[in-house]
Every structure is written in structure tokens, then in C-alpha cells.
Design a protein around this ligand. Sequence first.
Ligand code: TRP
Length: 332
Amino acid sequence: MKGKRVLTGVKPTGMPHLGNYYGAMAPGIEISKIADESMLFVADYHTLITVHKKVDMSAMIMETSASWLAAGVDPNKTVIYKQSDVPEIMEISWILNCFTPKGLMNRAHAYKAKVQDNENNGKKDLDTGVNVGLYTYPVLMAADILSFNADVVPIGPDQVQHVEITRDIAQKFNLNYKCDAFKMPEFKVSIPDSVPGIDGRKMSKSYNNHIPLFEDAKKMRKKVMKITTDSTPPEAPKDPENSIIMDIFKVVATASEVEVLKKNYSEGISWGEAKQVLFECLDKQFSEKRLKYNDLLNHPDELNKILKQGAEKARALATPFLKELKSIVGVS
Ligand code: TRP
């Protein structure tokens, strides 16, 4: 990561859960620490494609920004900003629109999935429920990346196509003007360890089996106590390979803590006690972060100040670059 600019975006979705933390946030923060330059932004205009309620939108932006900061993003090292605070991205997005073949958008996953849904549901108009924002989602994402000529873009596996589209668009532009205005970004896919939820399925808000990251200790404990177990009697030895408590513990705890709990399993530990061990481990890891999270949300001015400062740093890069692009296309 020497000499590289790493950039990634997150859609605001509100308070994250353990699965989000171990799957995306923790690895993302690790990369930002070893990169020479790192940028992280809240992709609020991407969320505007689906969230059309003002209060939901503003709450989610605040919660998502506070989450990343509480989880360990250092605003002195990482430029953290809101996409909507950098208007240059929108102008660059338009320029990129004009180099994006419509057919490329027809083939983008999110749009194709929507069309497929409509087909399966017998809709006459296959574009039902598709706004142009959704259709051109990949162009805005290309603008997010190319506005800063990022070298490396850490993403989840579902976003690979978007970075490939970004490269396509960048190449079309460079070829047309015989220039190298845009760098070809590389993606870095983190295959997230999927964290099991309290019912053993993949942890997800939509299954309602998640453990929210910054919920207060009492509520967090209650969630942990709801983890599905079988009816093995308390003193009977238990199989650590066949226990949701252990599966979650393995993601959260150190190797030696896992060994200790495994030993307890073989000697016989009640499910209630095992859950208490897991809860205490979670509480130890997240109590300080939880305080930080609540503190940021209780001081929105502070949080907004951090985001504004980030936006200023981002604009200091994007403003001259936009000027250069305008001159390349001949509108300046
Ligand atoms: N589309 C990404 C997601 O849903 C979020 C995102 C928007 C992004 N712009 C980006 C990620 C630019 C990386 C780079 O997860």
C-alpha cells in the first residue's frame, strides 16, 4: 500500500451490527491504517435512490458516520466526508455519463436484478420501480472513484462489477482525448467472514437475527441470551463444533479465549454461562466504542465539523481536477 491512495464508500444504513463490523468495517479500517493516503465517504446520494424520507436519510447519515469514527477511523489520517458535500463529484459524474454506453448500464447487476424481479412478478413494464438514479448507479460510483484517481478500492464481492465498469468508462475517456487523465483503479475484495446471527443463519438485519454494535449493554446481553441452543442439560459436556455461541465467539475472541471456552464446553458449562462469557467479551470490546458512538451522536455539531473538514480536504483535490477535465473536454 506504499504510495497508494485507497478510497472506499459506504451507503448510510444506520447502526451497524457485528456482521457489518467484522465483515467490512474492521478490514476496511486495517487497510486505511497501512495505506499512504486513505479516503472514506458516506455515499448519501447513492442512498437517495431508495430512501425518500428526510428524517430517515439524515439519521442514517449521522449513524453511519458516527459508527465508522467510533469503530476506529482516525479523521487526522483518513479523509472522511459526505459524498453530497463534494459537488465536483456530481459534475464529474455528468462528464462520465457522456462516455458511458447505455448498454453497459443495461448489464449492471442491480438494474438487471430489478428487471428480473419485474419479469418474475408478471409486470408488463419491466422498468417498473426503476428510477434513473438506480439505472446510472455505476456512473456515480465511477465518479466517486475517478474524481480522486484512487489506486485501490476495497469492496465486497458484490461491488466488483462496479469497479470494472469504472475502468471501462475511464478508458473510453482517456482513449477519446488521448490522455491519461484517469488512473485505472484496482479493487481489493475482502471476502467477509460471515458472522452467524443469533439463530445461526448469516447475521442480517432482514432476518432480525443481528446483534447491533453499539446497543447499550443490557440490550446487547438480552440479544446474546436469545442465541438458539439445544436442550443439553447444564452440566453435560457440549460439542464446541456444534454451537452458535461458539461460532460467534470464534469471530470475536482471541485464540486463547476460544481455547478456554472449548475446554469449558468439554467439562460441561451451561448454555447460560457460555452466553455470559460471550456477552462479557463483546462488552469488553465494544463498551468504549459504544461510548464514542453515543458521544458523537449527542454532539452532532462535532460530527458535522469532522465531515465538513473532510469535505474540504476532498474538494481541495477534486476542484483542480475538475478544472483539468473541463479543459480536456473543451468547456472551460
Ligand atoms: N456501492 C457501494 C456499496 O453498495 C458503495 C459505494 C458507493 C462505493 N460509491 C463507492 C464503494 C465508491 C467503493 C467506491 O457498498
